[in-house]
Design a binder for this molecule. Sequence first.
Ligand code: C2E
Ligand code: MG
Ligand code: MG
Ligand code: MG
Length: 285
Amino acid sequence: KAKEFGGNTYTVFVPDHQEAVEKKLVLQRNLRTALERDEFYVLYQPQLDLRSGTVQGIEALIRWKNEELGEVAPAEFIPLAEGSRLILSIGEWVLRTACAQNKAWQEEGFPPVNISVNLSSVQFQSEELPATIQRILRETALDPKWVTLEITESLLLQSKSRTMRMLNELKATGVSIAIDDFGVGYSSLSYLKDYPFDCLKIDKSFIQHMNEEQGDELIVRTVIGLAHGLNMTVIAEGVENEEQLHYLHQQSCDSIQGFLISKPISPDQLSKQLWVDQSLGRKLH
Ligand code: C2E
Ligand code: MG
Ligand code: MG
Ligand code: MG
């Protein structure tokens, strides 16, 4: 297309840019009313414990369906929500929804599982976060030992003393902390030993190239050893095939999450596949 305009990239890129700006405005306008219009919902993705062969954890993943825009991916709207204070109310809604769902499963008599919820760095910056979590735990009457907060390395770019204080306040509520997307951020390894993480989630980019690239196999094996040495459990993300499962099992990875086990699914589908007809469990053997 640039050639048509004799290489004048200025005239070519301006319309594209405008389109992107307009899209962003439409997204922002709809995002502001999404909560009150009840347009968000949560899907749940099981995490399989490799030792027991059972699902012991479930990650809550937000979804947005808007009339004008259709389904919008979290990668698209979470950054926008983070630009405004909207992420605080959305984050709180996800947390409450996921905790209430986990409590409901327990009350239906299903074996208790852990629920993992992603935290935005903006939530982490808020001094009210520990109180918010405590309030949600009280409201939903869920025992905090069944809750994990997933944070990413980008959250750790704040001052070390402040980060440490916030992590300790969160841990004091009784929840666990997982470091998500491990290996793709900018932080140094030293925070792994300094901060009180319970679980490390290896980013899917390492898992997905393991079978082609020896370097990634080595990284995965080494990270598992490092995390275990520091008393953390390890979850591998993005596991899509048996070969990856086999390697992770061999390397004593604790749990796996990925399309091989299940895509993120609705709470009804999950309770059916996991506990009623147990089709999810059968897939694992
Ligand atoms: P994440 O926390 O790392 O979540 C895992 C993502 O990987 C999910 O994408 C999931 O659908 C996808 N995934 C799971 N298994 C596989 C697999 O085998 N292969 C591949 N290719 N992908 C797999 P999703 O749901 O689109 O979420 C993307 C990101 O958006 C999440 O990454 C998380 O950072 C963010 N996010 C999702 N829900 C929330 C939320 O409630 N709050 C916040 N702050 N962020 C959220
Ligand atoms: Mg996550
Ligand atoms: Mg992740
Ligand atoms: Mg991610």
